[in-house]
Design a protein around this ligand. Sequence first.
Ligand code: SF4
Length: 369
Amino acid sequence: MKMDWSSELNNSICTVSQLRKYADLSHDVERKLYEIIKRHPMCVTPYYMSLIDWDNPSDPIKKMAIPSLTEFNLEGSYDTSGEAENTKMPGLQHKYEQTALILSTNKCATYCRYCFRKRLVGLPSKEVIKRFEDAAEYIKQHEEINNVLISGGDPLVLSNEIIESFLAVLSDISHLKFIRFGSRTPVVLPSRFEDDALLDILRRYSYSDRRIYVVTQFNYPREISKESVKAINNLISAGIILTNQTVLLKGINDYPRTLAKLQNKLVSIGVNPYYVFQCRPVKRVKSAFQVPLCKGIEIVETAKKSCNGHSKRFKYIMSHRTGKIEILGIRHDDIYFKYHQAKDIKNLGRIFKRRVDKKAGWLDDFKKR
Ligand code: SF4
């Protein structure tokens, strides 16, 4: 029998013993996975579990959702984009003049092993919003803010009542021109969008002159299934604009053909490619998932050759402490970057370069010239 979204969430695979039903695990591996899960919880929806090809030991969906022993590698940091220094109150960040970011929850439908907010997802956290009204008051006082990104965790796993209360409060702020939900729910829990009550709420608050956007995160072509396409269709029918951020991930989409196929498929289902993000040097993530920048440029540029104008509109971006930095390309011995968004407004649009370093995966890895 088909489950509704909340029963599906309740039936998620969250323990090593549940995982045993899907994979052969030695006693030693089980013990180590148990240790990892204690530190960073596992939770995979039955739907997302069903996309895994268990006969393939390097299956990309498996790599994204199931913990591995690489998580014992502590290289990196838990706050790679300076989120702490941009926090104005628990759960509210204001880094770029026009955008406020709200951490609405620490929960997600599936905990992605490469998550850059690994420090908080599925864990008790003081970083999540306490009183949404206080965040709204801050936004009201800052008329330069014209959009809000509701993130987390994944805001669309919250109840309809909570989602509606967020939208009702934000709707009263006239200088807000659009509201975004950052969510992987269409990818990992598409049944969420069979909930007519949720679709009604989104439809009611997505006005013709102040749309709601859902920023999805499809990373691999197999994630575009008949179920996720239906979720996207339902969102489009509710007047929602869909954009997508893909994270460039080692062993998942770091092949030009895979990346091109993904972006082309997204356009065909009505989801606009927005960013391809460089994977951040996050503790327990970096060694398993980050692709060096020089290789990333090669992958992105080769992929673009198989994309049409729409599917290659994305920017290849590093979300750095100092801003969103576009990775432009390599010329001779130099790699070129440009500030697409900047914490310090003086940097906006600035182009700069670093000497090529084939191993560098992040701006701070390069030596300054
Ligand atoms: S859904 Fe988003 S916030 Fe949640 S674990 Fe995945 S990447 Fe992180």
